[in-house]
Design a binder for this molecule. Structure first.
Ligand SMILES: [Cu+2]
Length: 263
């Protein structure tokens, strides 16, 4: 009920409660769900606090006599049992709807393989030679087309990492030996900040990346820029190395190069 009201009223009038409004289909729905939960919590919190304060004042001790003892007010007990159950059902239902959408994997031609490692990211685009690779503060930049479903295959070659982009309201584990698949449909061009969200070692706090969402034609141009023998050689070498690391089951060694000055 209450979250549904949040979903309907969302947008301009309801505050964001600290979350980002989202730049993809599912992140917007997650944002509205968050608003609905926050509004429900605010209403229930205010009501509960108000009733407690009222009871404290109204029934405060006025003398040594024990006041009249009342119990088993059936209608009242039914109300305070049924109403919370309805609230929980409403919150659960709204969560189920949004979660089902965010884990749906509609078919698409845009595929990005994401490999997390200590302490950086590699993005490869199967079907092209596009390869983006970078460690920590180099913030490797993934390029995505706007208004297209983008399918991600997310894994790790060493330890558990977390793939998180605030503007996508989305986070997933990058697990060694597991490929986590998900689909994101960016709806707004721009550059967004991503980072690792699992404590994964020394430079975890610097394990950054960026997501650049561009128009379809800019995306095709970007892919085409890798259409040369040098890029192809780099792509093949990178994919072979990653595949060897993934299939060996042995965590790859952390690389300490290219952290910038002083490291
Ligand atoms: Cu990490």
């Amino acid at each position: 009920m209450l979250p549904a009201a949040g979903l309907v009223l969302s947008g301009c009038t309801i505050p964001s409660f600290g979350a980002h409004a989202g730049v993809s289909d599912t992140s917007k729905q997650a944002f509205h769900l968050w608003q609905g939960f926050s509004v429900a919590a605010a209403i229930i919190g205010t009501l509960t606090t108000g009733l407690i304060i009222w009871a404290v004042l109204r029934y405060r001790r006025r003398g040594d006599q024990i006041p009249e003892q009342v119990q088993y007010h059936l209608p009242f007990e039914v109300v305070y049992t049924v109403v919370p159950i309805l609230i929980v059902i409403g919150l659960f239902g709204a969560t189920l709807v949004v979660e089902n959408k965010s884990v749906a994997n509609p078919s698409t031609n845009v595929i990005v393989n994401v490999n997390a490692f200590q302490w950086g990211w590699q993005f490869t685009y199967p079907g092209s030679n596009a390869l983006v690779y970078g460690q920590t503060t180099q913030s490797p930049e993934m390029v995505l087309p706007v208004d297209e479903n983008v399918h991600f295959n997310l894994t790790s070659t060493d330890v558990v990492h977390g793939f998180y982009v605030r503007q996508f309201n989305f986070s997933r584990y990058a697990l060694p030996g597991v490929v986590n698949q998900f689909t994101i449909r960016p709806t707004q061009t721009g550059t967004y900040f991503g980072q690792c969200t699992q404590l994964c070692g020394l430079y975890h706090s610097l394990m950054f990346f960026r997501v650049k969402v561009v128009t379809d034609s800019q995306y095709s141009q970007w892919l085409a820029s890798f259409n040369n023998p040098a890029a192809k050689a780099r792509f093949t070498a990178a994919v072979n190395t990653t595949n060897a690391e993934l299939s060996s089951g042995v965590p790859s060694k952390a690389t300490y190069t290219n952290f910038g000055s002083g490291k």
